[in-house]
Write a protein that binds this ligand. Structure first.
Ligand code: ARG
Length: 477
């Protein structure tokens, strides 16, 4: 089809209609298979049309092509956009990639003027432009997902600003915290994830068009005009860098990898908390699955999959880093391998963030279980040591030692620190008085950590207020 419609074939049967003139034969099937990127880069179709439109308008305005040719091409691109939208665009894998598909279709629709669109352009600056536009569009979409996730965290944190739970280090009970505080830690991670994506967006926002194949173009193009039309901050400064740089894809994948690691850590906690050993939370039916053999099970498959998908996203980053590391300047076809990892990681992250947002929003918390765990395991031992320092003016190291002996005593008696008799504690340190009980319960411990960034309910509410303002502000940007 394309051979006829492009009007560029000169009889060398089977060779490519776009570049086949100096070839006698076309590629064998295996070569065609490995070379064709259409099955994945068709996802760049909208960006390809957008960038072609900007390039074409610029060619018309600068007089590099006639305004009649420019108008005809723009009309053809409009038709193509409609075909893409209604699904009637005739994709042809033999035409290698999306760029040649669009150009061949343009030729079929408007005839020979289609061949003028590629004036002062190469597929190398074209694909770099399309791909940057795609990543930019997707950063915006994923940022919306992260924002919704932050909203779900804030809502639960507000409900559970006073809910006491054990905080862990080394996966062992360490000090009591509030569940709201724990959740707001993930808000902070998501805040940095969004800021990393925003940085990536800012750095990628330079327009490669005009770089040509690698060396620039002899035509008097207006690079500022195309950059402007596509809402890039400025034209890329070096033509060789512009066509061979994939930092933006690597940065996007790095940002997604880090964000996916955050989701994975939360997923791991949900798996632990929802299991019968902890039983701190219950996942809603919407995010749980049953076992085909064990009727009692409510498996946290959603959380487990989010945990696993982080591995897949990190794999995409690693894969592309390895593709890029040995490439000389400027373009090599290796770089066609940049798209699948990026498409896959973006789609994977999108589903992870949606599932995680839903799981957090629906989470039911067993406050009694959490409080019970927070009051077991001597989690207020540090509070006791701090009390000895404050009230008896002991050096912390000595206070730590005395507390250790008191914990040992409680362990022997199989009771909590708050349940020890005053006289028993006084046998270990005579200076201890009844005021010590004001710090031995988990809620007291939590309430005392009321400074900025602390776990006290008031401090958590203050953090939530700041977060809410921040989210509302970002909404407007
Ligand atoms: N499909 C190619 C890619 O994704 C487009 C650029 C082809 N350039 C070339 N010189 N063969 O990288």
């Amino acid at each position: 089809m394309a051979e006829k419609s492009s009007g560029q074939d000169s009889g060398n049967a089977g060779s490519n209609a776009m570049w086949g003139a100096r070839f006698d034969r076309g590629p064998v099937e295996a070569m065609e298979g490995i070379n064709s990127s259409l099955h994945f880069d068709r996802r760049l179709a909208a960006q390809d049309v957008r960038a072609s439109r900007a390039h074409c308008r610029m060619l018309g305005k600068t007089g590099i092509i006639s305004s009649e040719a420019s108008s005809r091409i723009l009309e053809g691109l409009d038709l193509i956009e409609k075909e893409l939208a209604d699904g009637s665009f005739p994709f042809d894998a033999k035409l290698e990639d999306i760029h040649m598909n669009v150009e061949a279709r343009l030729a079929a629709l408007i005839g020979e003027d289609a061949g003028r669109l590629h004036t002062a352009r190469s597929r190398n600056d074209q694909v770099a432009t399309d791909f940057r536009l795609w990543v930019r569009d997707n950063i915006d979409a994923l940022d919306d997902g992260l924002k919704a996730f932050q909203g779900a965290l804030i809502a639960q944190a507000e409900t559970h600003a006073d809910t006491i739970m054990p905080g862990f280090t080394h996966m062992q009970g360490a000090q009591p915290v509030t569940f709201g505080h724990h959740l707001m830690a993930y808000y902070e991670m998501a805040r940095r994830d969004r800021s990393r994506l925003a940085d990536c967006r800012e750095r990628l926002n330079e327009c490669p068009l005009g770089a040509g194949a690698l060396a620039g173009t002899p035509f008097p193009i207006d690079r500022a005009a195309t950059a402007d039309a596509l809402e890039f901050r400025e034209p890329a400064r070096n033509s060789m860098d512009a066509v061979s740089d994939r930092d933006f894809a690597l940065e996007f994948l790095s940002a997604l990898s880090i964000a996916a690691v955050h989701l994975s850590r939360l997923a791991e906690e949900i798996v632990l908390w929802s299991g019968p050993q902890f039983a701190f939370v219950r996942l809603s039916d919407s995010f749980s699955t049953g076992s085909s053999i064990m009727p009692q099970k409510r498996n946290p498959d959603g959380a487990e999959l989010v945990r696993a998908k982080a591995g897949r996203i990190i794999g995409s980053l690693t894969g592309l880093l390895v593709v890029m590391k040995g490439l000389p300047l400027a373009y090599s076809k290796d770089m066609q391998e940049d798209k699948e990892p990026v498409f896959d990681a973006a789609g994977t992250f999108e589903s992870c963030i949606a599932v995680m947002t839903g799981m957090i929003a629906d989470l039911e918390v067993d406050k009694a279980r959490m409080a019970e765990a927070a009051n077991a395991g001597f989690l207020t031992a540090t509070d006791l040591a701090d009390w000895l320092v404050r009230s008896l003016e002991l050096p912390f190291r000595k206070a730590h030692h005395i507390t250790g002996s008191i914990v040992k005593l409680a362990e022997e008696k199989n009771c909590g620190l708050a349940e020890l008799a005053l006289a028993e504690m006084q046998k270990i340190e005579p200076g201890i008085n009844a005021d010590v009980f004001s710090v031995l319960a988990a809620d007291k411990s939590v309430a005392s950590r009321s400074g900025l960034g602390g776990t006290a309910p008031g401090a958590v509410r203050a953090a939530i207020a700041i977060a809410r303002k921040e989210l509302a502000r970002k909404e407007l940007e």
